[in-house]
Design a protein. Structure first.
Length: 249
């Protein structure tokens, strides 16, 4: 018994129609996210290197103007890093919150891909079970029908399982790809922001020479210079004469 594509599609029924709609929706999200990632993360490495160069040269105002003129996620994160206020700990927390926000925006619609990739195989299996049940019902309706009738019905029902896998595989691949890119972007921005923060801590507002930074993030300022030989000695506090109390006189 020959079964054509038209017969398979008709055998799929409403479940196959639902899987087709989910496939179109999933492909739309994949293409939209791919275009968004390509635009948002383009030339991010070169941009970060340029900001590091400006901060290292002490041109923080120029670095801020460059970041504010760009609308990419990397530029928005570095803008907040360059405008961070407070101590080293507060600045790091401020920068990490900016990174989390931009990563969250990049991961928009990815949970939909994860849901489609994890549920469509079960939707297809559900359609296959319904088809098998229909095949056995048809077998009982025809007296003397052989196994070929059941086999044909099962073969038509399995189209839903195949369709479910067809929809799930691209969705899972896309989800893993976009997730890996966002995770890598997050780590790169954490490293770049930490380096830029350390460079800013090493420069004071007057543009002095960079000061070393301790492991805890504190600026290590040099000790006051020793007096030159032959020069005036530093003033010392005059000794205080001890007071003698009257012992009962």
């Amino acid at each position: 018994m020959h079964t054509g594509w038209k017969e398979l599609i008709m055998a799929g029924g409403p479940v196959l129609a639902l899987l087709a709609l989910l496939s179109i929706y999933s492909l739309g999200i994949i293409f939209e996210r791919f275009a968004h990632y390509r635009k948002a993360l383009a030339n991010a490495d070169e941009f970060i290197k340029e900001i590091k160069r400006l901060v290292r040269a002490g041109q923080k105002n120029k670095a801020r103007e460059t970041c504010e003129g760009d609308k990419t996620p990397a530029a928005k994160i570095l803008t907040r890093a360059l405008h961070a206020q407070g101590g080293p700990v507060e600045k790091r927390e401020y920068i990490l919150s900016a990174i989390d926000w931009q990563v969250t925006r990049l991961q928009q619609k990815l949970p939909i891909l994860a849901t489609i990739g994890s549920t469509t195989p079960f939707i297809g299996l559900f359609g296959t079970v319904l088809g098998v049940m229909k095949a056995f019902k048809d077998l009982s309706a025809y007296s003397g029908a052989g196994a070929s009738v059941v086999a044909a019905g099962i073969a038509e029902a399995l189209v839903n399982t195949a369709a479910g896998l067809f929809v799930a595989i691209p969705a899972i691949f896309a989800y893993n790809y976009f997730t890996s890119r966002t995770n890598r972007f997050s780590k790169e921005m954490e490293y770049a922001s930490e380096e830029i923060l350390n460079l800013m801590l090493q420069h004071d507002d007057a543009g002095n020479e960079p000061l070393p930074v301790s492991a805890s993030g504190r600026i290590m300022r040099p000790a006051p210079p020793e007096p030159l030989p032959g020069g005036p000695e530093p003033r010392r506090a005059a000794p205080v004469a001890p007071t003698v109390r009257n012992a009962g006189l």
